[in-house]
Ligand binder design. Structure first.
Ligand SMILES: Cc1cc2nc3c(=O)[nH]c(=O)nc-3n(C[C@H](O)[C@H](O)[C@H](O)COP(=O)(O)OP(=O)(O)OC[C@H]3O[C@@H](n4cnc5c(N)ncnc54)[C@H](O)[C@@H]3O)c2cc1C
Length: 495
C-alpha cells in the first residue's frame, strides 16, 4: 500500500518532533524550511571562535524533555551531555543586594533570612504550591490534547479552578509567602517566559520557579543547539527529508481540503496532510486565504519581544556567572511599559548569559562570549517604534547594569556585536509582530481556548509549535509535536 505523505512547514522544535513521530510510523515526511538550517527560534551562530545560542539558553523542565525523548524512542541522557546549573540564576537588585537561586537549601535559608526574617518558611510553602501546580498542570493540561470542548469542560476538571489557582493573580498571591518585593520578584519573573506580566498571570505559573529549583536548570554541552542536532539526527534516521532554503508562499486549499504547498520560487508539492510549524498567527495571515479567523488571531494578545545583544569580547569577565538577572525595583512599571505600552522600560530588568562558564569551548581561550537579553514590547500596529534608537538605549542599560557588578570597560573590549530587535525576529522566523513567544498564555489563550491544532475548515491541515497547545518553550514544543502527530496518525488511520 502506498504510504501516506505529510508536508511540514518549518523545521522548528515542534515541527521536527512531529516529523519524527510520523516517520517512525511509516509516513513519508518532507520538511520545508525557509532558513538554511533547522531549529527555528532555537538557533545558533558562530563568529571568530565565539559560539552563540541565539534563542533559548535555559534547559528547564528536564522531566518533560526526558518523557518526550523517551516517546521518540531514545534516552535524553544518552544523546545530550547535560550538566546541572546550580545556582540557576544570580539575581542582582537595584540596591546592590544579590540572591543566588540554588537547590542548596542551607544556602537558600541563609540568603532568604537575610532579606526578610521568616521568609525561608514562605519559600517552602511556595514550593509546595508550585509542586502541586506542576504535577496537576502537567497531567491535566500539558499532556492532555483538547480536541473538543468536552475534553476540557468535564466534571473532573472542576476542582482545577481552585487546585491550580487560575483565577488568582500571581503577584498578589505572593503576599501569602513573602513581604519583601525583591523576593516576590525573584519567584515570579519567570512569567515573562510565557509572555506575561506577573501582575496579569494566573498563580498557576508558580510551577515554573518550582521546577527550576526542584528539577534544575541544565545546560547541554555545545549549547542549546545540540538539542536541535539530536532531533535532526533522529529525524533523518527515521527517514524524514529536509528541504532547506525553501520558503513556503502559500498553502493550496480547495473546499475543505489542503492540497499541498507552493514555494516562493513557484514549485508546488502535494501531500495527504499539511502540518504548519511556522508560527500559527503568521500561517493564518500569510499562507492561507484571509478570513475572519486571521483577523481574530491578529487581535489576540501576543507575548512581548526582546532585544538581544551578542558580543565577542577579547578578555574574560569572571564577575559574570552563567545566568545573571538584573531585576529592577520598579518591577510593576517594567511590565506595564513592555506589555501595555509596547515600549522599553526606563530602567529595564535584563538578563546576561555567559555560556563559556559552562562550556569553555563557547569562547576562544582567555576571551568571553556574552549574550544580553532586554525584554521590550512587541511591534505596534502603527509601526512608529524606532528600533535603532531603542536598541541603542537598551545597550546603554546593559552597560550601566554591568558597571554595578564591576564590569566597567566592556564597550572597549568588544570584538564585535550582533543584535536582534523585534524586526529581526519577524524577518528570521516569520514571528508576527516580532513577538518572541507567539500568542501569550493568559487564561483566555490557554488549554482548550488556545487555537486548536487542526484547522476548523481544512480538515487535513494541522498546526504545531509555540502558539498552539500547550504553548511556548522547547519541551512544550516537543509535547505539541507529539499531540499533532498523534492526531494526524489517528486521522490517516495509521495504526
Ligand atoms: C529569545 C528567546 C529566548 C528563549 N528562551 C527559551 C529558553 O531559555 N528555554 C526554552 O525552553 N524556550 C525558550 N524560548 C522559546 C523556544 O525557543 C520556542 O518556544 C520554541 O523553540 C518554538 O518552537 P516551534 O516549534 O514553535 O518552532 P519555531 O521556532 O517557531 O520554528 C518555526 C520554523 O518555521 C520556519 N518558517 C516560518 N515561516 C516559514 C515559511 N513560510 N516557509 C518555510 N519555513 C518557515 C521558521 O524559519 C522556523 O524555522 C526562547 C525563545 C526566544 C525567541
Amino acid at each position: 500500500m502506498k504510504s501516506k505523505s505529510v508536508i511540514v512547514i518549518g523545521a522548528g522544535i515542534g515541527g521536527i518532533t512531529a516529523a519524527i513521530h510520523l516517520a517512525r510510523r511509516g509516513v513519508k515526511v518532507t520538511v520545508f524550511e525557509k532558513n538554511s538550517h533547522a531549529g527555528g527560534r532555537c538557533d545558533r551562530f558562530s563568529r571568530d571562535g565565539h559560539h552563540f545560542d541565539a534563542g533559548p539558553t535555559l534547559l528547564v523542565m528536564p522531566l518533560l524533555y526526558q518523557a518526550e525523548f523517551a516517546a521518540l524512542g531514545t534516552s535524553m541522557r544518552e544523546i545530550l551531555d547535560l550538566q546541572r546549573v546550580d545556582p540557576t540564576y544570580h539575581l542582582v537588585f537595584d540596591d546592590g543586594s544579590r540572591l543566588a537561586l540554588t537547590s542548596d537549601m542551607k544556602s537558600m535559608y541563609e540568603q532568604l533570612e537575610a532579606f526578610q526574617p521568616g521568609s525561608f518558611g514562605g519559600l517552602l510553602r511556595y514550593m509546595d504550591e508550585g509542586h502541586r501546580h506542576y504535577e496537576i498542570g502537567m497531567e491535566k493540561l500539558v499532556h492532555h490534547d483538547f480536541r473538543k470542548a468536552a475534553d476540557f469542560f468535564k466534571l473532573s476538571h472542576i476542582p482545577l479552578a481552585y487546585e491550580l489557582k487560575p483565577l488568582v493573580n500571581h503577584y498578589r498571591n505572593m503576599s501569602a509567602y513573602f513581604d519583601d518585593p525583591r523576593l516576590k520578584a525573584a519567584f515570579t519573573f519567570q512569567d515573562v517566559y510565557m509572555g506575561l506580566s506577573p501582575f496579569d498571570a494566573p498563580a498557576t505559573f508558580s510551577m515554573m520557579p518550582y521546577t527550576e529549583l526542584a528539577h534544575g536548570v541544565w545546560y547541554p554541552k555545545g549549547g542549546m543547539y545540540s538539542i536541535v542536532n539530536a532531533l535532526v539526527e533522529l529525524a533523518r534516521n527515521a527517514g524524514v527529508e529536509f528541504e532547506f532554503d525553501d520558503s513556503v508562499e502559500r498553502i493550496d486549499v480547495t473546499g475543505n481540503q489542503a492540497q499541498g504547498i507552493e514555494l516562493t520560487d513557484g514549485r508546488s508539492f502535494k501531500a495527504d496532510t499539511v502540518l504548519a510549524n511556522a508560527d500559527l498567527p503568521y500561517v493564518y495571515h500569510n499562507l492561507l486565504p484571509r478570513g475572519g479567523e486571521s483577523e481574530r488571531l491578529a487581535r489576540k494578545r501576543f507575548s512581548c519581544s526582546v532585544i538581544s545583544f551578542f558580543w565577542g569580547v577579547d578578555k574574560t569577565y569572571p564577575q559574570l556567572n552563567p545566568h545573571t538577572l538584573f531585576l529592577a525595583d520598579d518591577y510593576r512599571d517594567n511590565f506595564k511599559s513592555i506589555i501595555r505600552d509596547l515600549d522599553l522600560p526606563d530602567n529595564p530588568s535584563l538578563y546576561v548569559h555567559a555560556p563559556a562558564r559552562l562550556d569553555p569551548s563557547m569562547a576562544p581561550e582567555e576571551q568571553d562570549t556574552i549574550t544580553a537579553i532586554v525584554p521590550v514590547g512587541h511591534m505596534s500596529e502603527n509601526g512608529e517604534q524606532d528600533w535603532g534608537a531603542i536598541c541603542d538605549q537598551a545597550r546603554e542599560h546593559v552597560f550601566r547594569r554591568l558597571k554595578t557588578i564591576g564590569i566597567t570597560d566592556l564597550d572597549s573590549h568588544l570584538k564585535f556585536e550582533v543584535n536582534y530587535t523585534p524586526l529581526s525576529w519577524r524577518k528570521r522566523y516569520n514571528l508576527m509582530k516580532g513577538s518572541t513567544h507567539g500568542l501569550c498564555h493568559n487564561l483566555t489563550q490557554l488549554g482548550y481556548f488556545r487555537p486548536h491544532n487542526r484547522h476548523s475548515q481544512y480538515k487535513n491541515l494541522y498546526f504545531v509549535g509555540a502558539s498552539t497547545h500547550p504553548g511556548t518553550g522547547m519541551p512544550t514544543a516537543m509535547v505539541s509535536g507529539r499531540h499533532a502527530a498523534k492526531r494526524i496518525l489517528d486521522e490517516l488511520s495509521v495504526s
